[in-house]
Every structure is written in C-alpha cells, then in structure tokens.
Write a protein that binds this ligand. Structure first.
Ligand code: VG1
Ligand code: CO
Length: 583
C-alpha cells in the first residue's frame, strides 16, 4: 500500500471566491492560478462539521469539462490530507449532476459505505475549454446543493484562509479503470473507488418509470425520437438508457460523446444553442430534409437541464413542469400514490400554480436556484418542481434532472398513446400542450437575457427599478404611455423568501412588477456567469380564453415587452438595443 504524508501549504486569501446561484464558476485561467482551487476546497472542508470530513466518504466527479481531470487529482490529495476516509469517482471523472445526487442518496460502496457529500466539477451550461469556464460546487448529505448558510461560510473562509492540507508522495490515481486503490496516511487508510458512472442512476430511473411502456412507445412505427447531449455528460447516460434499455436507434442520439470543450459549442439546451436538434425538429430557419421526429430533447453540460420539443413545436419549461405535474399520477408509477405538493422558482410562469389549484396541491414559490427546493422535499412537502431555465425534477433526488424530464415526457406520451402504438394517429407533444392550455389557460412567456453587460450599468439599472417601485402612480404613467391597453401594475417589490421549513430568509431575489390581469415582469441579475453581468428579464401574460391560447408567443407578448424595455430604460443603461438570447 502506498504511504503518504501530509503537508501544510501556506496560502493567502484570493478575492472573488463567492459561490453564485450554483457554485463557484470562473474562467479556467482563473482556476489554474496557484492555490485557487485548493483555497476553495480547503474553505469548504472548514465549512463542514468535522464528522462530514474526517472518516467520511465523499464523491468527486463532474461533467468532464476541461481541467476536471487535474482538479479531481488535487481534490483527492486534499481529501486524503484532511482525513477523509474514501473518495468515490465516476469512471473517467464523469457523473452528471443528477447522478451525483443519486449516488449520494442511493449508492453503497464495495465495503458497505455511504457518501455524505460531493464536489461536483461543472460550470453547467457555460462553455468549456482552456479559454472558457470551470466550476465547482458542494452537495450535502441529502444529495442537494449546499444551502446558503454553508456557501456563506465557505466564502467567509476563503477570505481568511492561511494554509491548506494536501497529501505528499501520493501518485495520481487512475480514474479510467474501475476498482479500488488504497493508501495509508498518518490517520489510517484512505481509499479511492472508481465506479461505473451510469449504473446507480439507471437503476433509480427504472424504479421510477415504467420502462416497458416507454419501450413500447419507442418501438412503435408511428413514433420517432431524437436526443442531443450537446457533447455534455448526458451522453454517458443516453446510450445506456435510450438505446440499451429502451430500444431507441443509435442514430437518434446527437452529440452524445462527452467532450472537454463540448465540441466548441455552448452546452445550453435552448432554441439558440441547440442548433442541430432545433433544425432536425423542423424549428430552424430552413426546413429539414427528412420529416422531423415526433419528440426531441436536449441537455446541458452537466445534464440537469432539459429542453423538450415536439415536431415543429417548442414546449416552454414553465409549461413542461405544469404538464408533468398534471399528468404524473396517471403516467408515472413513482407518483401513483399522489403528489405531496409542487413548487417553482419565482420567475417561472404561473402555469404550475393553476395546476396546483385545480388538483388541490400544496404549492410553493421559491427563489431561483435548485437549493431552495431541497428543504421542501426533505420535509415531504413537494414532489415535482421546476424552473423556467430548462430545469425540471422531482423528489427522487435533490437536483434538477434532464434525463428524468425526458423520461417523464415519454411516459406521458406512452400513457396517452396506449391505444395508438400499433397504428392510428398519435397524440403528439403539441396535442398534449394545446389540450393543457385549453384546460388550464395559457401563460405566454419569454425571457430576454442581456449577457456580459457592464457590471456597473447592470447594478444601476436594478437600483433604478427598485427606486421606481416606491411610486406605482409613476410606474403606471410610464406603462400607459407605452401601451394604453396594458393593465395596471398593482404591486411591485423585491422578492423575499422565508423558507417554511427552517425559517431562513433570502432577500433581494429579483425585482417584480405584478399587473392586475396576472401579467408579470421580473428582473434579475444572473448568479452563474463568469464575466461582466447578465441581466435577465422575464415576461409573462396569462390568457384564460381558450379561443386565444393559440397565438404566436412573441406577438402576444409584444406590448408587455415594450413596456418592460421602456420601464427599465434597458437601452439607456446597457447600450443594448437587443438581448443576447431570447428563450
Ligand atoms: C441560472 C438559472 C437558474 C438555475 C441556475 C443553475 O441561474 O436562471 O434557474 O438554477 O442557472 O442552473 P442564474 O443565476 O444565472 O439566473 V445550471 O444547470 O446552470 O447549474
Ligand atoms: Co446544469
């Protein structure tokens, strides 16, 4: 057995290590600076209680982006030096974010051990490569992202750190080969266990969904399917689940080889960045050569996001979670006993609220970021939840789950088409969505992102919007000046959340303008970018009249968009006449 020593390396605080919406994300060139990663990892160890470090079992893996392999070796050596007993690594360092959550909750090690936390190495939907982003976040024993109390502590520690611990005389561990390597340090034995990245996750999915029903759907001559992993880690699961387990054709998988730089693309599953899939589904500028598939989906870099498409049809993420909630009990065995409750992030449309009301379900509105759903789920208050940013999930784990969302949609399609599988006209994705609108009304919805705006200008715009909220009369004067037929703003505030489980309060979670007819404008600054500021503008309008739910979304929202841009003086503050991305 290899013996190692522990060395204490002198270091000094490095500015800017404050975790954002979902961990610390910076350019690779920032992460590779001496001590940068080490300071953050040691600060995390210091933020955890002693028993969650010494003698503990921790997971280290991620979406495989550039610098992950080096980072894994560093974290292994630091874990060994800090008295951690075991490190679990997905083969080649690959684990999707939802799979990490599943591994923490479900996996039992070769010696019967259980993990109590994880370092997830990802910057999620941000591009990867030597000139792009790297990221790291810590997840807790429940499988969910560290709550603000912990991330605040980590940040405080990064401001005072003086030294970190790292193992010496410690070889790099081969993370390509499955197996256990043992080492001996001053505190005793330390093991690194490399395991198959997919099997725990696949097993969990099989316990949630009726795979046979989905298999029947996929084998139907009527049904065609397509999945785009955008070269993210979802590719490591797609073949196993969609092809091996469910019988989809290999040709239905696009970009399913994980790459360190995501093939040079932006691994964000939306209509702008998932170009190939969008074209294949008949939603691109030119019509595709072949008839588009009935169903298409894409994932982000770490596979916790999903985009759901039908043939020539886009499902907004806000509608997607509402439709899953409305159909879950009938279509998904895991939910057959009923839903405990549902939740959405504040900027997500109120489509889910309407379903909750109809079905008499508990309902929660939380700030942006998955960490807020975890407490509700641990307290058994919530079964299904989602965000407008292409995140959907349930209490099977404590992260959003891209492949889960695809399986949920396939389950709904399989359920609605039980009779049509061997012929007859399929109930399509579009049919399901239109039927949903006819039943519950439609929430027209769009998000405008202004990326890489000057940070000062972005802050000024937000401050201006807050100050404007003190006079609704003035606000309404501006609104009416832009469009006299837009309804009145009846309430404006900054969203604040009191966690119903632990009573913790999160302030400044987005600026809201709420209109009399249920329309909403929300402004937020992104907490996941790595350069400049990103302003997000969320625009929503509710239409109850079934004869008016079929309009083009951008056209229906045009007056409200005008109001939002004028109200915020967007161009004046940012110099931008158009957003970077519209979803
Ligand atoms: C964005 C989304 C948010 C999501 C977060 C992490 O945060 O808006 O809904 O939870 O990304 O997603 P922000 O602060 O940039 O708006 V992931 O898949 O990138 O970890
Ligand atoms: Co992600």
């Amino acid at each position: 057995m290899v013996m190692f020593k522990v060395s204490r390396v002198q270091t000094a605080p490095i500015d800017g290590q404050k975790p954002g919406t979902s961990g610390l994300r910076k350019k690779v060139k920032v992460f590779v600076q001496p001590h940068y990663l080490e300071n953050f990892v040691q600060s995390t160890f210091y933020a955890l209680s002693a028993e969650k470090v010494q003698g503990a079992t921790l997971v280290v893996s991620g979406d495989g982006r550039y610098y992950s392999k080096d980072a894994i070796q560093i974290i292994i050596k630091m874990a060994a030096a800090n008295g951690v007993r075991r490190i679990w690594v997905g083969q080649n360092g690959l684990l999707s974010t939802p799979a990490v959550s599943a591994v923490i909750r479900e996996r039992v090690g070769h010696d019967g051990s259980k993990a109590t936390g994880a370092f997830i190495l990802t910057a999620s939907h941000n591009p990867g490569g030597p000139h792009e982003d790297f990221g790291i976040k810590y997840n807790m024993e429940n499988g969910g992202p560290a709550p603000e109390a912990i991330t605040d502590k980590i940040y405080e520690n990064t401001k005072t750190i003086k030294e970190y611990l790292i193992a010496e005389e410690f070889p790099d561990v081969d993370i390509a080969a499955i197996g256990v390597t043992s080492f001996m340090g001053p505190d005793g034995q330390f093991d690194v266990e490399v395991f198959d990245s997919a099997s725990d996750y696949v097993k969990l999915m099989k316990s949630i969904f009726d795979f046979q029903a989905i298999r029947n759907l996929l084998s139907s001559p009527n049904f065609t399917f397509c999945y785009d992993a955008l070269h993210g880690v979802a590719g490591a699961y797609a073949n196993r689940i969609f092809v091996e387990e469910l019988g989809a054709q290999e040709s239905s998988l696009l970009n399913c080889t994980p790459k360190e730089d995501f093939g040079g693309g932006h691994p964000d599953p939306n209509l702008t960045y998932a170009k190939e899939l969008v074209a294949r589904m008949g939603l691109g500028k030119s019509s595709p050569q072949d008839e588009p598939p009935e169903f298409g989906a894409a994932a982000d870099g770490d596979a916790d996001r999903n985009m759901i498409l039908g043939k020539r049809f886009f499902v907004t993420p806000s509608d997607s979670v509402a439709i899953i909630a409305a159909n879950a009990v009938e279509a998904i065995p895991y939910f057959s006993g009923g839903l405990k409750g549902v939740a959405r992030s504040m900027p997500t449309s109120a489509a889910l609220d309407v379903v909750a009301e109809h079905l008499n379900l508990k309902f929660f509105e939380v700030p942006t970021g998955w960490k807020f759903f975890g407490n509700l789920m641990d307290a058994e208050l919530c079964s299904v939840c989602g965000e407008e940013s292409f995140g959907t999930g349930s209490d099977h784990i404590r992260e959003k789950d891209g492949i889960w969302a695809v399986l949920a949609w396939l389950s709904i399609l399989a359920h609605k088409n039980k009779e049509n599988i061997h012929g007859g006209k399929l109930v399509s994705v579009e049919d399901i969505v239109r039927h949903h609108w006819a039943t519950y009304g439609r929430h027209y919805y769009t998000r405008y992102d202004y990326e890489n705006v000057d940070s000062g200008a972005a802050k000024e715009l937000m401050a201006y919007l807050v100050q404007l909220q003190s006079s609704l009369a003035e606000v309404n004067e501006i609104v009416k000046g832009v469009h006299s037929d837009v309804s009145n703003v009846v309430h404006a505030d900054e969203f604040e959340y009191k966690d119903p489980v632990d009573g913790s309060i999160s302030k400044h979670q987005g600026i809201r303008y709420l209109f009399e007819d249920g329309s909403r404008l929300v402004f937020r600054l992104s907490g996941t970018g790595s350069e400049g500021a990103t302003i997000r503008l969320y625009i929503e309008q509710y239409e109850k009249d079934p004869s008016k739910t079929g309009r083009d979304s951008q056209e229906a929202l045009a007056p409200l968009v005008d109001v939002a841009l004028k109200l915020s003086k967007m161009e004046e503050f940012t110099g931008r006449s158009a957003p970077t991305v519209i979803t």
